[in-house]
Write a protein that binds this ligand. Structure first.
Ligand SMILES: *[C@@H]1O[C@H](CO)[C@@H](O)[C@H](O)[C@H]1NC(C)=O
Ligand SMILES: *[C@@H]1O[C@H](CO)[C@@H](O)[C@H](O)[C@H]1NC(C)=O
Ligand SMILES: *[C@@H]1O[C@H](CO)[C@@H](O)[C@H](O)[C@H]1NC(C)=O
Length: 497
């Protein structure tokens, strides 16, 4: 009785064992075909002759992305991409280490990272509970072992080559899609190509051209280039521990730059910290967004970043402001006002130790009248007092200069009386919000302000599109001078037309 029961249990065990064995014998390709949530990958395999034949005949490890991963994948699904999911040799989970070699020549290695009990291949996570399926490709004794792991992201080789996979340097030199020419030129200038070609696995950060302005390019020296390399580690953005500190190759007695990864609101960043610097390598942190992450290459991984690490923005010192007279004499567009002021003696007013608000007609403002008068002749005339008086209307001398905004506020309800060098006058300031321009209304004449609030050491210049002259200016013309008369007559014509 006892014996019969044991026998029954024993037989049952054998049956169970056989059933399990039969199930487990299903080769990997068939196993994939039977799982609905792998059918996207299955159809990819079906279209890739190399992948299919490898699964039929070789010892391989297969990384199968779930359908959901394909739904999220934005890239191009081609045969190279499919082949990148199949690697030589059968690696059970416990055997996965460092990297695997894909069955197709010229594709980068598949990099393995372990973090807190999880295992990643490149940036994809292996779904451990569903992985480690292993079976022979055929049931006779010629069968080759195969292993299947299920992953949650599609593996994209990005860089393909005919024979050898590309090194970081090969990739950077050839790639046109990522806009990194300027940094590559720097690598070549400092003859550091070897660092980007050397075997083993490094992590490379490459700043995009947009951020490499003249200043940042200039500051990118060999230390800065080396600060963009984390040696002996292949760090993909998902499995890398965040906020952990990594040494870079910029690690000498007097320059020491460290890097760490950050993840904020679904974006990845790398942060440099210059611990030791010198006159040209400022201490402190720079955070740079990773804009194209996880490009696998033969000797590691590349991340394209938004701005160079270890290089600070140029410190903009405020342009040292010039006194108004210097500004006028140096500005080719304000030459006429300056010259009229010189000849008439008006400019002496601008030498007082005071603050000025000066409405300066630009040359064009005078020139719009200029074909109507002989400018050189005008300067030779003896009627400089008239000119001085006209210029004086444009100048307010005081203890503070007035910005256009201040004048605008002050004249908002009516006009504001300003004490000009030629007497009190009423100004109304209007604002054209469409053009974002101020307009001066003076003696019922509307004058556009071409440029407001040009700062000088002793005041503000407002450059205007028309001189402050009126019809009545022509009525008291000094009769002695034909030319002067001609000028005022001409002005008169313009202003009354
Ligand atoms: C696949 O890789 C080979 C080798 O680099 C390349 O010539 C071919 O254009 C690639 N095919 C696709 C579809 O990218
Ligand atoms: C300014 O005007 C003077 C006098 O007409 C002329 O000699 C000079 O070349 C002008 N300078 C500029 C920069 O236009
Ligand atoms: C102009 O007036 C507005 C509203 O009262 C005020 O907010 C602004 O500061 C004033 N601007 C100047 C330059 O006085």
């Amino acid at each position: 009785m006892m014996c019969a029961r044991l026998t029954t249990i024993f037989l049952l065990l054998i049956v169970l064992k056989r059933r399990e064995a039969v199930l487990r014998k299903l080769p990997v390709l068939k196993y994939i075909a039977q799982h609905d949530d792998l059918n996207k990958f299955y159809s990819q395999l079906y279209m890739s002759a190399l992948s299919r034949s490898s699964l039929n005949y070789r010892e391989v490890t297969v990384f199968a992305p779930v359908n959901e991963a394909f739904r999220r994948f934005g890239g191009d699904l081609n045969q190279n991409l499919t082949s990148y999911h199949v690697a030589y040799n059968a690696y059970r989970l416990r055997d996965l280490n460092t990297y695997l070699e894909p069955i197709q020549k010229g594709l980068p290695p598949l990099w393995v990272t372990k973090l807190n009990g999880d295992i990643y291949v490149n940036n994809a996570m292996i779904l451990l509970s569903r992985s480690d399926y292993h079976a022979n490709n055929r049931q006779d004794n010629l069968g080759k072992p195969q292993v299947l792991h299920i992953i949650d992201e599609v593996l994209d080789p990005i860089a393909t080559n005919l024979e050898n996979p590309q090194s970081a340097y090969d990739f950077l030199r050839k790639s046109k899609d990522y806009g990194v020419k300027k940094f590559v030129r720097k690598i070549e200038e400092y003859k550091l190509e070897d660092l980007f070609n050397e075997d083993g696995g490094n992590t490379y950060f490459i700043p995009a051209d947009e951020a490499m302005d003249e200043y940042k390019s200039k500051m990118t020296d060999s230390y800065i280039i080396k600060a963009h390399i984390i040696p002996k580690r292949v760090l993909f953005t998902r499995p890398v521990p965040k906020n952990s500190i990594y040494d870079t190759l910029a690690d000498v007695d007097y320059i020491y730059i460290l890097l760490s990864f950050l993840n904020e609101k679904d974006r990845y960043y790398v942060k440099s910290n210059t611990i030791l610097g010198d006159a040209t390598h400022q201490n402190g942190e720079i955070k740079s967004e990773i804009i194209h992450a996880n490009i696998p290459v033969k000797n590691g991984v590349i991340h394209i970043i938004k701005r160079p690490l270890g290089v600070f923005d140029k410190i903009l010192t405020k342009f040292p402001y010039l006194p108004i007279l210097d500004k006028l004499s140096n500005d080719p567009y304000l030459n006429i006002t300056y010259n009229l002021g010189e000849k008439s003696g008006f400019n002496q007013l601008l030498s007082q130790p005071k603050k000025f608000t000066f409405f300066v007609p630009k040359d064009q403002a005078w020139s719009s009248l200029k074909n109507l008068y002989d400018y050189d002749k005008l300067l030779r005339l003896g009627y400089m007092n008239e000119i001085k008086k006209v210029l004086g209307r444009h100048l307010i001398v005081g203890d503070i200069p007035y910005s256009m905004e201040t004048l605008y506020n002050a004249s908002s309800s009516n006009c504001v009386y300003l004490k000009t060098s030629s007497g009190r006058a009423c100004f109304t300031i209007l604002y054209k919000s469409g053009d974002k321009k101020f307009v001066i209304k003076w003696n019922n004449i509307y004058i556009d302000v071409y440029k407001a609030n040009y700062e000088c050491s002793n005041g503000l210049i407002h450059i205007i599109d028309r001189p402050l002259v009126t019809n009545s200016d022509y009525e008291n013309v000094p009769e002695e001078s034909g030319s002067f008369l001609q000028l005022w007559n001409a002005l008169h014509k313009i202003l009354t037309s």
